[in-house]
Design a protein around this ligand. Sequence first.
Ligand code: C2E
Ligand code: CA
Ligand code: CA
Length: 656
Amino acid sequence: MSRLSLAWALPLVSFALAMAMAVVFLVVSLVAVEIRSFSDSEREAERLASVVARDMHEGYLASVSDIVSAYAPAEVTVLTANNARAASSTGLITQPVVHTVPIMFEGEQIGRVETSRLVTSGLSIPGWGILLLVVTAGGLAAISGHFFAARVVRSVQQISTVADALRSGDAKAEDLTMDADFTELREMYVSMRRAVGSVRREADELRAEAFTNPISGLPNFSAFMRKLSGRLEQADFDRPAALFCLDLDHFDRACESFGSAVGDVLLLKAISRIQSELDALKVEDVVDTRDYILAQPWSDSLYLIIPNIGGRAQASETARRLRSAFVPHVEACGYEIQLGLSGGIVMIPEDGQATNDLVRRGETALRNVRKDAKKGFRFYAPRMDRIAKGRAQLEADIREAIETGEFHPHFQPKLDLRTGRIKGCEALARWKRPDGRFVAPSAFISVAEETGLIDDIGQIIMREACEAAVGWLKEGHAMSVAVNVSPVQMRNPGFRDLVLDALATSGLPPRFLELEITESLAIEDPQAFKDAVDPLRAMGVRLALDDFGTGHSNLAILSRLNFDVFKIDRQFIQNLERDDSARPIIEMILAMAESLGLETVAEGVETAAHARFLRLRGCTYGQGYLYSPALPSDKFLSYVQDWEARRRQSLVAKAG
Ligand code: C2E
Ligand code: CA
Ligand code: CA
């Protein structure tokens, strides 16, 4: 029922009740008439008269008034000479009297019984009066009920208006008052306001907590996204806005070295430097940084939106000034800490308008900074998105290819440069697509490393390489197989078990397995490296330092790490003819290996001249296209068999 119809329902109900009362009254009167009309026969009147006379005779009825109260008015009107007039005037129903029978007692008439045929055709005047009274009272009740109900409805409406306003947080709710004077409703209203007030206070506190970073008090991610959408409406190509996705350089390193408490202080200092620099830019009238919002979406990343920045030039200048605010260092808890600021910049609306896209693009630009230059600022460019999309697609493809078994090792032979015998090979991952094309390792290894998928690929290569080597052993060719291990794999605690499992499953004696490791991991964390490889080395697994000479080799550390082999990177071999510095580097590596008692493998041997040079300088093995590219396991075996056959023939020929 709607509120308005309530105002009518109440009076309608009371009016209906009054009408019902009037009808009942009328019906009762008619029933009385009916009852009285039962005595509508002379015989009945006579019977009653004789019953009255008998009762009086037997002493039951002492006087006429007893007679009247004993019989009247249900069945009969018993009238004495004295009260006849009075009796006829009180009834609702009158005349005509049909029969009159005297009541005789001991020969004397003491009264009479009158019967009347009285089916009423209307009410007597008092009857009408009462009916009118009832109807009027009903009408009055209905009218006053209407006004009463209207007041109730108005009060309830007021309460619900105030409740709506309070619920929706409308500030005007505080000014809305009750003017109805029902005490109960008033009390209800007051307690409702009190309850809503306290709930709202709690909600405000919760919201403040939920939308700000507890340490810095800056808006968090969700608060920033809400504010961002509010600030973007005015941005257009004439008055662009800029979003900066900022990240502190070396922050993690500082937290590791000085502890997270110092990290918190450092972060606050960094935030206040950014804020002061933004204020300075405005005061110096260099960039309009008015109404900027700085937010802390998570840990050490910060988002900054400057609504009226003006253009790219101003955004660049802002980035330059923000970076310079961190030079030379930031002081926290008595430490002088090197910190820096890097970021991705998104111009609005040029680079997009939807808040989610903008933040994602800013993050993409920041990731680009981290990936290439490591620090600094970079504007977002659509090309970055395409690259990111391409990487995401490549990741999905790699995942699927692992499932469908598209990764297998190919094997490239390593030759003993003095004897010309094939001493072993290097297992190189090959990804063969269903259409028969091969994908180069340079195209997928880095993505596989970033996504951790290198663990799965590495496991496949390790298993199949060990199995292949066992197969060759069975054919009478004792050759070692070298497997490349990425630093990502090496850091995985399960790596050692993976190697042990591959050896155990295949049955390959550990001395036929060699692990090729780049120097980065060995030098960055020598202890982790030793922990991972020492148990394997103890079993007889050999260790090769891959790409030697390309990194910032720390010779002191490298000499302590017990490598068995140094692999000279192919760039040095290929530069032999072109670059004068290649020759001394190779000679130095060979000399160093010799002094440490290690074997050496030269990669990328493409010409006989390369081979001769290396052999004369004492390099142990050569690997390269001069001999063979990497081959599938079965082709590799036939290659080895052919090679050995030709070598024997040439030895026989030489001897002959
Ligand atoms: P790498 O370990 O330095 O492998 C040697 C690379 O040199 C191989 O490239 C090989 O095909 C190529 N190569 C061999 N002989 C010659 C030559 O005479 N001339 C020239 N120009 N190149 C030659 P590939 O197979 O493209 O592999 C590239 C890199 O991918 C490898 O460099 C290695 O770092 C990585 N990689 C390959 N397979 C795996 C693997 O199973 N696991 C891991 N973690 N990395 C792998
Ligand atoms: Ca290698
Ligand atoms: Ca290499």
